[in-house]
Design a binder for this molecule. Structure first.
Ligand code: ADP
Ligand code: GLC
Length: 495
């Protein structure tokens, strides 16, 4: 049993309050699990305009707090919300920064230009919160570039502080494709030291790179699967940071995400039309029917391939766009698609149902209930990602007996076992090349397995449902990483 620690999460998203992707699932579930394990966990995140007031309402009164940014003193409101004895959220209410249409960009998908200020402010507010509330912290756990500045503040502003001075810093990189790179204009507002503006810390081609600075100041850096940890040490996957990551040596590790089976399990999922389990799969047929009705798909014996995704380049949907029409013309299969993001991809996919009525269903937007219905009602789930740090949907799919068809990269490779046609082993279908042809062929392989080797398909479903990626195991790995970080920090202090 590990020591009980006081852990501060600095994150831009967490379920159930604000979510654009898996980051929110992870911070929500990991904080909950760590609290269940007896640690005291504090989650600091922005109070966005999109968060309904009733969701953050609590018995504790909001309070005002000052935060020093560079030599400017800002004031914000803080809304505390106690979830249980061990878990408390603090929402940073600074309307000038967070009361906007989106979390990171406007409705036209343009990044807010003051993002470095917005999230450095969040990070510094998290530091000031611990001082104000007099909470002694053992671990500052920053998530992605949005939380990265916290580690710089911890190590350069608050290193001697009564409440923060002995804390170690952990940075989780959920996606190295997003680094918080912006022009240098705001450097003085951010309040980082002038000497830290160099090629090993914050400087990047003449601008600021917040994630890079976070990596430097962290005692332990991790990403969200072992395979992606290895990939990001190569220039092909690192988006320019492989050198910096290599310098961390053993202080850079991969910890696979877990999933929250309280939310994502067909045995107790309230959002699907009928529950089912490995012992009794009959409910899955009702879920398929329900999904077909939702999308107006034809009632026949075709399998359904599901997609729930941010529509961005990372997810490989431009390659799918180049193969989906050939797939539906040549194979007896249907698609149920949900996603939003890139306007070009959105409008392409939105045009498909008219062209292939009854065969392709598309809904553009964000819809959690429909995401559950797709997991439950589809027969396959496709993720042709160019890269995938972990990926949660393929793990959800396994639990719903919806066999994943994935590119063998990052967490997709770590969580899906390749089908072996000679033995029937495996839990899904993997391909290696990031090409339309590879997608086409692998979908063909999956569909032919469904029709021609139904005994294999059924056995794979049962195997998939029984695979477990619970947070318990992943949280234990974080606990070990925390202890390691504390040790590293101690050694540095003594040196
Ligand atoms: P990423 O974080 O890169 O988007 P993940 O697979 O880790 O990828 O997590 C995506 C999460 O967001 C999943 O919980 C998925 O169900 C959800 N999601 C993505 N797009 C949508 C959408 N359009 N509607 C509902 N949920 C979505
Ligand atoms: C990122 C990644 C995704 C991962 C998620 C949670 O958004 O793109 O692969 O599952 O973070 O860690």
């Amino acid at each position: 049993m590990s020591k009980k620690r006081n852990i501060l999460f600095v994150t831009s998203e967490s379920v159930p309050y604000a979510k654009s992707g898996g980051l929110a699932d992870v911070t929500g579930a990991l904080s909950k699990t760590l609290a269940e394990n007896g640690h005291k966990v504090i989650v600091v995140m922005p109070y966005y305009a999109s968060i309904p007031a009733e969701l953050i309402r609590s018995a504790e009164a909001p309070f005002s707090m000052n935060v020093w940014m560079g030599d400017i003193e800002e004031w914000c409101l803080v809304h505390p919300k106690k979830i249980n004895e061990n878990l408390e959220y603090y929402f940073i209410d600074f309307q000038n920064y967070y009361f906007r249409d989106g979390m990171y960009h406007n409705l036209a998908m343009q990044d807010y230009l003051d993002n470095p200020k917005r999230f450095a402010f969040l990070s510094q507010a998290a530091m000031y919160l611990c001082k104000t509330k007099q909470i002694k912290i053992d671990i500052v756990h920053a998530h992605d570039w949005q939380g990265s500045a916290a580690l710089a503040y911890l190590k350069t502003h608050h290193w001697n502080d009564e409440y923060l001075g002995s804390a170690a810093g952990v940075l989780t990189i959920h996606n190295i494709g997003y680094q918080g790179k912006y022009p240098k204009n705001d450097y003085s507002y951010l309040g980082f030291r002038e000497e830290d503006y160099n090629q090993f810390i914050f400087e990047d081609f003449g601008g600021i790179n917040l994630l890079k600075g976070g990596i430097h100041f962290a005692d332990i850096v991790n990403t969200v699967s072992p395979a992606y940890a290895n990939e990001t040490l190569t220039s092909e996957y690192s988006h320019g940071l492989d050198n910096i990551l290599r310098m961390k040596g053993e202080q850079y590790i991969g910890i696979l995400n877990g999933v929250d089976y309280a939310e994502w399990d067909p045995q107790n999922d309230k959002l699907i039309s009928k529950s089912f389990s490995v012992k009794n799969m009959s409910g899955k047929a009702s879920c398929k029917k329900d999904l077909r009705q939702h999308y107006g798909l034809a009632e026949n014996d075709a399998p359904i391939i599901g997609i729930v995704s941010r529509m961005v380049e990372q997810k490989g949907l431009h390659m799918l766009a180049n193969s989906i029409e050939a797939i539906v013309k040549n194979m007896h299969v249907q698609f149920a698609i949900l996603g939003s993001g890139d306007k070009g991809l959105e409008s392409y996919f939105a045009s498909l149902p008219d062209k292939y009525p009854g065969q392709i269903g598309v809904q553009i937007g964000y819809d959690n209930t429909l995401a559950h219905k797709i997991e439950a009602g589809a027969d396959f789930f496709i993720m042709p990602s160019l890269y995938e740090p972990c990926g949660l949907n393929q793990i959800y799919s396994l639990r719903y007996g919806t066999l994943p068809i994935v590119r063998a990269t990052g967490g997709l490779d770590d969580t899906v076992e390749q089908y072996d046609e000679s033995t029937g082993e495996g839990t899904g279908f993997k391909f290696f090349d990031a090409t339309e042809r590879a997608i086409y062929n692998t979908v063909g392989w999956a569909i032919s397995t469904y029709y021609d080797r139904p005994q294999h398909y059924r056995a794979m479903q049962k195997r998939a449902i029984q695979r477990s990626f619970s947070w318990k195991d992943s949280a234990n790995r974080y606990e070990t990483a925390y202890e390691h970080a504390i040790q590293i920090k101690k050694n540095k202090t003594q040196a």
